[in-house]
Design a binder for this molecule. Structure first.
Ligand code: MF3
Ligand code: CO
Length: 257
């Protein structure tokens, strides 16, 4: 007898619906990446995502989530995650903008984030952004059956720490997560850890892998709006995320075009 998994195991048909949700998320992020420029407000970016979701028949999963008031999160510079789009928050040349987006199709979720260096960004901010993106891919490569959740965090952490030229903090209070019929499901997927520890990865699981990195220490706090997570040292941060299916052929990115 097979032991029932403690996690939600998806059928191939269910992965297909998650691919559809993931495609809409990718469409939103791609359009924002193309349109973003100095002078736009973070609310303008929210409207881009809102319109695409309407057109594609997807439900924005963030809107109303624990009272969250927007379709996407836009976190600028020292904001790490969960920045609320605002008409009076204007994007400037050199900003590092992280955009996080989630969509639902027929009850199934997709969740992804990108970071964008707008215009003439500082070299070290571009480097932070590239390291965060690559750290995400290191984590994705480790997301295969036979491995444990800790192997993902270990891959991310060792990659980040291999960059001796920059001091980079990995957020500990915010982590990746299982995903499926809800945005946040077990297991938690930390961006640090030890190889071979934690739950085993099984075919049919879906997880969101999302390194959140800050220059300097990993100290963060939440602003008075009760959402925006900022670096306590006011240093720049980057966030990249994809929703991944664990398949018998290895990890598959679901949040893609
Ligand atoms: N997408 C975020 C995550 O990666 C969660 C967004 S919180 C919300 O887990 F309130 F904005 F929905
Ligand atoms: Co997520």
């Amino acid at each position: 007898m097979f032991k029932k998994s403690q996690f939600q195991i998806k059928t191939p048909a269910e992965f297909n619906l998650m691919r559809k949700a993931g495609r809409v998320v990718a469409l939103c992020l791609e359009e924002i990446r193309e349109q973003i420029k100095p002078g736009m407000s973070t609310k303008d970016l929210d409207l881009i995502a809102e319109n695409i979701m309407k057109k594609e028949g997807a439900i924005p999963s963030f809107l109303g989530y624990h009272g969250y008031p927007a379709v996407i999160c836009v976190s600028v510079n020292e904001e790490v995650v969960h920045g609320i789009p605002k008409e009076n928050k204007i994007i400037e040349d050199g900003d590092l903008v992280s955009v996080d987006c989630g969509a639902i199709i027929e009850g199934w979720h997709g969740d992804a984030a990108i970071s964008i260096c707008v215009g003439n960004a500082k070299v070290e901010h571009k480097e932070l952004c590239n390291i965060t993106k690559e750290a995400m891919f290191k984590g994705i490569s480790a997301a295969k059956t036979g491995n444990h959740v800790g192997d993902i965090g270990y891959a991310i952490e060792t990659f980040v720490k291999s960059h001796r030229d920059l001091s980079i903090g990995i957020l500990e209070d915010y982590v990746g997560h299982g995903i499926g019929t809800q945005m946040h499901m077990p297991p938690s997927i930390p961006n640090y850890g030890s190889a071979g520890t934690g739950p085993k990865l099984e075919v049919g699981m879906a997880i969101a892998i999302e390194p959140m990195l800050v220059l300097g220490t990993n100290k963060v706090h939440v602003l008075e709006d009760e959402w925006t997570v900022v670096s306590s040292e006011n240093s720049f941060a980057s966030h990249w995320e994809n929703t991944i299916a664990i398949t018998e052929n290895g990890p598959e990115i679901l949040t893609k075009l």
